[in-house]
Design a protein around this ligand. Structure first.
Ligand code: ADP
Length: 646
């Protein structure tokens, strides 16, 4: 029979498995048992709705058989089985989650082979300990069984075979022992028992093995009273695992390490989760759940490809791998398992989606997740910042989405950069640090913090001892819009909104200045026609002569955002030139407007461009600006030389 070749990437992984001098060889058993368990999950699920399966929950099992004489180790399951095509598809290619994920990591870091131990590397791990792997499988609903066989990298064969029962046998012909590696240890019942206990204890189906045991022979008739007891050996089919999944165990019986390693095995993450949340609820709906907060975002997290959801079990049968309804979008980074016996078992997946019990569970989980995050924020700030770096954006999206419906829930989980404290703080912390006389929550949005720190408005606020939140993430600026207020204080964008700093007297003075500048403001507007819609007097500019602010509610940052995200919707934001009447340069401009209007216009061009620079907006005509400045410098030199001559 012609050998078929493995797909190229499968072959690479295979080579790695075959040649690894590898300390975690033993995990092959965990992988094969996990596959067997998944296959049983599938048939058990089918059995819920299909009478023809003819199996009950108790009938399912995984059997391990060791044949020392032949050096064979067999792992059998009575799960769903594989058809001819599936054998080719599944075992001839790596297309599956675990293996694929593993391969990605491998590419990142060729040297660190130890990561194998932390991954579901899948079926191929069998080649770490076996020369030849034979898979006999009969798929549920089919008459013909098939045999897949491979001795490693040179390919595999698939041929028809005899097998009476539905399910799969994976038969390993173990490699011969060497000085360094005793593969035969995987035939010892003691070793197998330990490995099952160590890695597969929580598997929810019995993992059974014929165990050799010893017992005392019963005393025969007429034996002497003090005769030495005699021993005999016998074999007994023994279940090796406790079958209690971690999430069913009571918190006090599970160590942090166990929680972590369960997470890594189950969700193929190589990093420890930041938190685990075991939940046990009895009430309107009774259920157990085990949730995790991952430490990093999967590479596809912020794309459409990422699917949220928790694994859903009902009475020990896995109903759904990613049940979306259990987790709200803003917490879609949470991974975990929910197990409840309260769901009616033969409901279809479609109906599940509208299930009232699911809605209750999901509501409870949302509260628990929030509480856990708040605890982390309080007690483990560094971890929380790590979490926020990975998933903060999701929370901000959440606060903004659905017309701000979730803002109450999410607002205390958000962090923003405090210009004053130079670190990330919560809104609550901002509020608590606010001086008595500060009336608003101030923020500024822009691409980088050092730029924002140069805003005249910021300097004005900083002088008064007020903090400003610097929002540098794209979605940030939408958050204050959605929240509108936090603990009764409204948000003020320091570049678009009135800072509301002036006293009554200052306001009066500003009004007087505005009246005093009435004609000049008109002049400025005309001089900068097409560039600004208006000029106005401001008392908030501190040491700066002018400043550009947007007209209407939209900020320059938002304009940039829309231009990039949906250019067809972007509307140009019109600019207002604010002037500082007290500034010497503006005094000079005022004089020139009457004395030398042409020069006044040039000054205004320069001041306008400086406004663009401060607002981090592109300069419209850099050459013109440079020329104007040069002109100014030359004039001055002339002035000086005139003086020298005179
Ligand atoms: P993974 O377990 O990560 O999906 P594997 O390489 O271990 O990757 O297995 C590939 C696929 O082969 C599985 O997804 C499954 O469809 C199939 N498979 C493996 N073992 C069994 C089994 N004992 N019974 C049925 N199908 C199996």
């Amino acid at each position: 029979m012609a050998k078929k070749q493995f797909k190229a990437e499968s072959k690479r992984l295979l080579d790695l498995m075959i040649n690894s001098i590898y300390t975690h060889q033993e995990i092959f058993l965990r992988e094969l048992i996990s596959n067997a368990s998944d296959a049983i999950d599938k048939l058990a699920y089918l059995a819920l709705t299909d009478q023809n399966v003819g199996m009950n929950r108790e009938d399912f099992a995984i059997d391990i058989h060791a044949d020392k004489k032949l050096g064979l180790l067999t792992i059998s399951d009575n799960g769903i089985g594989m058809s001819q095509e599936e054998l080719e598809q599944n075992l001839g290619t790596i297309a599956k989650s675990g293996s694929l994920q593993f391969r990605k990591e491998l590419e990142k870091d060729q040297a660190d082979v130890d990561i194998i131990g932390q991954f579901g590397v899948g079926f191929y791990s069998a080649f770490m300990v076996a020369d030849t792997v034979t898979v006999l499988s009969k798929k549920y609903g089919e008459d013909q069984a098939w045999m897949w066989q491979s001795s490693g990298a040179d390919g595999y064969t698939v041929s028809p075979c005899e097998k009476t029962t539905v399910g799969t046998d994976v038969i390993l012909k173990l490699k011969p022992d060497t000085d360094d590696d005793k593969y035969s240890r995987f035939l010892e019942q003691y070793e197998l028992q330990n490995l099952v206990k160590k890695y597969s204890d929580y598997i929810r189906y019995p993992i059974r093995m014929e165990m050799e045991k010893r017992r005392q022979k019963p005393k025969a008739e007429g034996d002497e009273e003090d005769k030495e007891p005699e021993w005999e050996t016998y074999t007994e089919l023994t279940t090796l695992n406790s079958m209690v999944p971690v999430w069913q165990k009571s918190k006090k019986d599970v160590t942090d390490e166990e929680y972590d390693s369960f997470y890594r095995d189950k969700f193929y993450d190589f990093e420890k989760p930041l938190a685990h949340i075991p939940i046990s609820v009895e009430g309107a709906v009774t259920y157990k759940a085990l949730l995790y907060i991952p430490a990093r975002a999967p590479y596809d997290f912020y794309t459409k490809d990422y699917k949220k959801g928790l694994q859903l079990y009902s009475s020990g049968v896995m109903i759904m791998d990613r049940c979306e309804d259990l987790i709200p979008d803003h917490f879609r980074f949470v991974r975990g398992v929910v197990d409840t016996s309260d769901l009616s078992l033969n409901i279809s997946r479609e109906m599940l989606q509208h299930n009232r019990q699911l809605a209750i569970i999901s509501g409870n989980l949302e509260k628990k997740i929030k509480q856990e995050l708040l605890n982390m924020q309080k007690d483990r700030r560094e971890d929380y910042e790590k979490f926020f770096a990975a998933f903060g954006r999701q929370l901000k999206f959440g606060a903004v989405s659905d017309y701000g419906m979730h803002k109450e829930l999410l607002q205390d989980l958000l962090l923003f950069w405090s210009a004053k404290q130079e670190k990330l703080i919560t809104l609550k912390e901002y509020r608590e640090a606010m001086p008595e006389e500060q009336k608003h929550i101030y923020f500024a949005a822009g691409e980088n913090r050092s730029r924002l720190a140069q805003l005249p408005q910021y300097q004005r606020l900083a002088d008064k001892g007020f903090d400003v939140l610097f929002m540098t993430d794209e979605v940030d600026e939408f958050v204050p819009q959605a929240l509108r207020t936090y603990e009764e204080k409204d948000f003020r964008n320091i570049t678009t909104d009135d800072l509301d700093l002036s006293t009554e007297e200052e306001k009066k003075a500003a009004e007087a200045a505005a009246a005093d500048w009435k004609d000049e403001l008109e002049f400025i507007k005309t001089a900068l026609a097409g560039k600004i819609v208006r000029a106005e007097v401001s008392a908030d500019l501190g040491k700066h002569p002018v400043c550009l602010v947007p007209e209407g509610g939209m900020s320059f940052e938002m304009e940039k955002y829309f231009k990039r995200v949906s250019p067809e919707m972007a509307m140009p934001v019109e600019k207002v030139l604010q002037i500082n009447p007290a500034h010497p340069v503006m005094q000079k401009v005022k004089e020139l407007i009457t004395a030398n209007p042409d020069q006044a216009k040039q000054y205004l061009q320069i001041l306008y461009t400086q406004g663009l620079l401060l607002a981090d907006l592109p300069i419209e005509n850099a050459a013109e600006y440079t020329e104007l400045i040069c002109g100014l410098m030359e004039d001055r030199r002339q002035d000086n030389s005139d003086e020298a001559q005179g």
